[in-house]
Design a protein around this ligand. Structure first.
Ligand SMILES: [Fe+2]
Ligand SMILES: [Fe+2]
Length: 246
């Protein structure tokens, strides 16, 4: 069975205990020895070089392959310098083939002026065309990965800052039956729905949890345990997800 560890929203720099929450998750993931680790964005809370250095130190200790995409809290140039070794100004869309599977990581970050942040997600025409071309070029079983969920999850305030115009992405995924699932972050909750007829899986939230409206918790539930997802893929390409809260 192929094992994917899916971490999301580590938010290094958000508050003191976040680094420790990340260490606990990394230790648990290291025990699992997955075939690949995916981090679906909000790596740094403010996008500073110091926060990325800490992320590299903590999450970067995993043997990998370790695949990252940025989120709304990330700053593209600093993220790309830390993760890829060079500053990028255009969206960072990257494809990796690992163990007979294809992982397509899309950059849904909307750049903002220094010190500001735009929270909803967008995919450029170029990113969508790139995805379509990569999925046309190979029939490997594939996972589409991005930070912003392209579907609502039943929490109004955060649903409003999901991916804009999700039907454009949906149209592409729908045309490529080898896409097994779409993996996302941003919503800080262990949740699943469907998208283009395939699973849409939120990886949880390392830094905090966003509760349902009726749960009587703070809007950002910092005391909830850090969570992450493990996606198992069977030989007949069934995707099984287990979430863990530590
Ligand atoms: Fe986040
Ligand atoms: Fe986010």
């Amino acid at each position: 069975m192929f094992t994917i560890a899916h971490l999301t929203d580590p938010h290094f720099g958000n508050r003191l205990e976040v680094a420790d929450r990340n260490r606990r998750v990394v230790e648990a993931v290291a025990e699992l020895a997955p075939d690949v680790v995916i981090v679906t964005g909000d790596v740094a809370d403010h996008g500073t070089a110091e926060e990325y250095a800490e992320a590299r130190e903590v999450i970067g200790m995993l043997p990998g392959p370790l695949l990252w995409c940025p989120g709304n809290h990330d700053v593209r140039e600093a993220f790309s310098t830390a993760i890829f070794g060079a500053p990028a100004t255009e969206p960072l869309d990257v494809v990796y083939d690992v163990g007979g599977f294809r992982f397509l990581l899309l950059d849904s970050l909307v750049p903002a002026q220094d010190g500001q942040r735009i929270d909803h997600g967008e995919l450029s025409e170029a990113s969508l065309a790139w995805l379509d071309a990569e999925l046309t070029e190979s029939s490997l079983p594939s996972f589409v990965c991005l930070h912003h969920p392209p579907a609502v999850m039943g929490i109004d305030w955060i649903d409003e800052i999901g991916l804009r115009d999700p039907e454009r992405l949906e149209g592409i995924v729908a045309q490529h039956p080898q896409v097994l699932a779409t993996l996302v972050g941003h919503f800080h909750t262990t949740a699943a729905t469907t998208f283009a007829g395939r699973p849409l899986l939120v990886g949880g939230g390392v830094s905090s949890t966003v509760p349902l409206p009726g749960e009587g918790r703070p809007r950002i539930w910092n005391d909830a345990p850090p969570s992450f997802a493990v996606h198992l893929v069977t030989d007949d390409l069934r995707v099984i997800t287990h979430w863990r809260s530590l």
